[in-house]
Design a protein around this ligand. Structure first.
Ligand SMILES: NC(=O)c1ccc[n+]([C@@H]2O[C@H](COP(=O)([O-])OP(=O)(O)OC[C@H]3O[C@@H](n4cnc5c(N)ncnc54)[C@H](O)[C@@H]3O)[C@@H](O)[C@H]2O)c1
Length: 252
């Protein structure tokens, strides 16, 4: 077991990728704090995790609200006294497909709040726990659009910001035994996409991407979970400040 008795917070744990990460970490022996603002989904993830013999708890928190992030970490401090791993996955694109002339102030703010500021605040709270314990692994969810993406201006800016922020974290926290890295998946097949687009449009998108990606398919949530596991485990003990592209070779 690669994460035996590690205390691991996973945000976005009700979602496609977050759930896969929570289940994967639990299988590897971690005690998982599954957090999301979707209470039902969060409880379902915990139930699945327990069914497979894992343990942990679920905590409902909206990561766009500073006070809820603080309460989440207070819960962790009071219940476990430490946190070994933090994987910040909660996020999503609040302004998909807008021309630059059309980008909207409220939607761009929502993208920065949900993807970037939430991650920064969670890492602030994580650092407050991890620095005194002299150990920690932070894994932040960027996206391949960190390289830039036409019509995804605020989302790509937020995900690019996560990369810069993660490097800054690595620079300042390394001396405390804390690593910070980011994940950058290309398209991942998650139920939320299929639900939002409908089966037919999703299939078109999937086919179109699969043709462009050298490995000939889009990613699964498990592809991403295994990379999160690597960065959270001792196998990546000497890796920090990196972004790991999980892209099947897209955009090489
Ligand atoms: N699916 C992809 O193709 C893809 C590619 C690259 C990066 N990502 C990133 O991966 C992460 C997970 O996305 P996913 O594909 O699993 O989608 P998803 O919609 O299934 O998961 C997102 C989760 O975040 C939660 N969430 C949303 N707003 C929240 C809030 N304010 N507070 C707390 N939780 C909140 C949702 O309830 C959901 O459970 C996101 O950060 C996304 O930007 C996804």
């Amino acid at each position: 077991m690669r994460l035996f008795e590690n205390i691991a917070l996973v945000t976005g744990a009700a979602g496609g990728i977050g759930r896969a990460v929570a289940l994967c970490f639990a299988k590897e022996g971690a005690v998982v704090i599954a957090s999301d603002n979707n209470a039902k989904g969060c409880a379902e993830t915990l139930a699945l995790l327990e069914q497979q013999g894992g343990c942990g708890c679920s905590v409902v928190a909206d990561v766009t609200k500073e006070e809820e992030i603080c309460l989440l970490y207070r819960h962790i401090r009071e219940r476990y006294g430490r946190v070994d791993i933090v994987v910040n996955i909660a996020g999503g694109d609040c302004e998909p497909s807008a021309d630059i002339e059309e980008i909207d102030y409220l939607k761009m703010s929502a993208n920065l709040d949900l993807n970037l500021k939430s991650c920064m605040l969670s890492c602030r709270e994580a650092a407050r726990l991890m620095k005194p314990q002299g150990f920690g692994k932070i894994v932040n969810m960027s996206s391949l659009v960190y390289r830039g993406s036409p019509n995804q201006f605020s989302y790509s800016a937020a995900k690019g910001g996560i990369y810069a922020f993660t490097r800054s974290l690595a620079l300042s926290l390394g001396r405390y035994g804390i690593t910070a890295n980011a994940l950058a998946p290309a398209l991942v097949e998650v139920p939320a996409f299929v639900a939002a687009l409908g089966q037919e449009r999703w299939e078109m998108l999937r086919k179109e991407c699969a043709q462009r990606y050298p490995l000939g398919r889009v990613a699964t949530p498990d592809d991403v979970a295994r990379c999160a596991l690597f960065l959270a485990s001792d196998d990546a003990a000497f890796i920090t400040g990196q972004i790991l592209e999980i892209s099947g070779g897209a955009r090489l």
